[in-house]
Design a protein around this ligand. Structure first.
Ligand code: CUA
Length: 411
């Protein structure tokens, strides 16, 4: 074999090897998307609107897939069959009317075939006239706030406005109207198993209909890049049976019960008032003179808002649904609970056996280290000295112990 031949075959085998390498990487990336138990799988609808999307996306993917296989197959066939081997230039021709007309009509038929069900699905997804409850949803950097106005929702009277965050609690089998907006930048609300996405835009209110077929917990996340902690802006929808939803509402609106005197929780309340209550509201909390304490995040936080902590321990997570309050075992049990057992399990809240204090303690020790929020005091100039998110409060371990003791009673 001559030197030239050898180098040509080396170039070929290098090319072949890199082509195989690329194919392996591409296949690995593709199959990495095939999780078995994926909580945010759009192909596992659990509510009517998600089912409508599913009914549309399957045939469309099927048609697109068939067209894709034909097109790519033809291209590969032509590339190989007619590649330049030094043969003569073929005779050039112009125009094949029959083929051209066929290749115009066929795509038009496919487009109409896809277009009609697409438009009708878009209209049926937009329908909100049948909703029975309203929840005002506000995107914040980087968490979601849910406000339930006074109303009768799924047969349950909500006698006072109710505010929560992280977990959107809904009565099961009840179409709920979400009125979605944002307090700062554009976010996007998405619970894939229940419906498609809806952008949260400052100054606008967008409607989204949410309904779950069965009691359970449904994961979602913000899907519009919204700043430093966009990846930590998660949310969950929780569907409870009718009795359970009533129990949840009644509990959320229950009067404040202060910690018993001379307990760590009582000392924690004092620390909470001194360190946290400027921004974090606990409804009903009073100062030593019996005056209600109203938080003023508008004075201290750039966004002017912070999550309400009144019933923190009825939720399973905190800080944009990013960190668990439940330990792994209890979290797994809740997420895998059969629908008929889910409601009772959720309403237990964070029990002492299930409470995992580690993440909450880390958060209190130095929140911006756990979730980036521009809370570095040296970078506060552009925000007029206000914090964007929760700053490092410099709490001592003793203060953290007591504040955690106080917060674990907020249920
Ligand atoms: Cu909010 Cu991304």
């Amino acid at each position: 074999m001559s030197g030239v031949d050898q180098s040509v075959s080396t170039v070929r085998s290098v090319k072949q090897r890199s082509a195989i390498g690329l194919a392996v990487i591409a296949a690995a990336m593709m199959f990495a998307g095939c999780a078995q138990n994926a909580p945010q799988d759009t192909f596992q609808p659990e509510g009517p609107n998600a089912q409508r999307i599913q009914n549309l996306q399957w045939p469309v993917f099927l048609i697109a897939g068939i067209v894709g296989v034909i097109v790519f197959g033809t291209i590969i066939f032509v590339l190989i069959k007619f590649r330049d081997r030094g043969q003569e230039m073929p005779k050039q021709t112009h125009g094949k009317p029959a083929l051209e007309i066929a290749l115009t009509i066929l795509p038009a038929i496919i487009l109409v075939g896809v277009g009609i069900p697409t438009v009708s699905t878009v209209f049926s997804l937009a329908k909100t006239s049948d909703t029975q409850c309203v929840v005002n949803v506000t995107g914040q950097q980087w968490w979601w706030e849910y406000e339930y106005p006074v109303q009768s929702c799924g047969g349950v009277d909500i006698a006072e406005p109710l505010v929560t965050s992280g977990e959107l609690v809904l009565p099961v089998k009840t179409p709920v109207l979400l009125r979605i907006t944002s307090n700062d930048v554009i976010h996007s609300f998405w619970i894939p198993k229940l419906n498609g996405k809806k952008d949260a835009v400052p100054g606008r209110v967008h409607s989204l209909r949410l309904q779950a077929n069965q009691p359970g917990i449904y994961a979602g996340q913000c899907t519009e890049f919204c700043g430093l902690s966009h990846a930590y802006m998660r949310m969950e929808a929780v569907a409870l049976d009718a009795d359970g939803f009533k129990a949840w509402v009644d509990n959320q609106l229950e009067e404040y019960s202060p910690p018993a005197a001379d307990t760590a929780a009582a000392e924690g309340q004092a620390d909470f008032i001194a360190q946290c209550s400027r921004c974090r509201q606990v409804n009903g909390i009073q100062d030593s003179e019996g005056k209600p304490i109203i938080s003023r995040p508008d004075l201290y936080v750039y966004s002017g808002a912070a999550p309400n902590l009144t019933n923190l321990m009825t939720r399973t997570n905190f800080a944009g649904a990013s960190f668990n309050l439940l330990n792994d075992e209890c979290n797994d049990r809740l997420w895998n609970a059969p629908p008929d057992e889910f409601t009772d399990l959720y309403l237990e809240g964070v029990t002492p056996e299930c409470f995992d204090a580690v993440q909450l303690r880390e958060w209190l020790r130095n929140a911006p280290a756990k979730k980036p929020m521009y809370a570095d005091p040296t970078k506060l100039e552009p925000t007029d000295g206000k914090y964007r998110g929760m700053p490092d409060l410099g709490l001592t371990e003793d203060q953290i112990d007591k504040i955690v003791a106080y917060l674990t009673e907020r249920k």
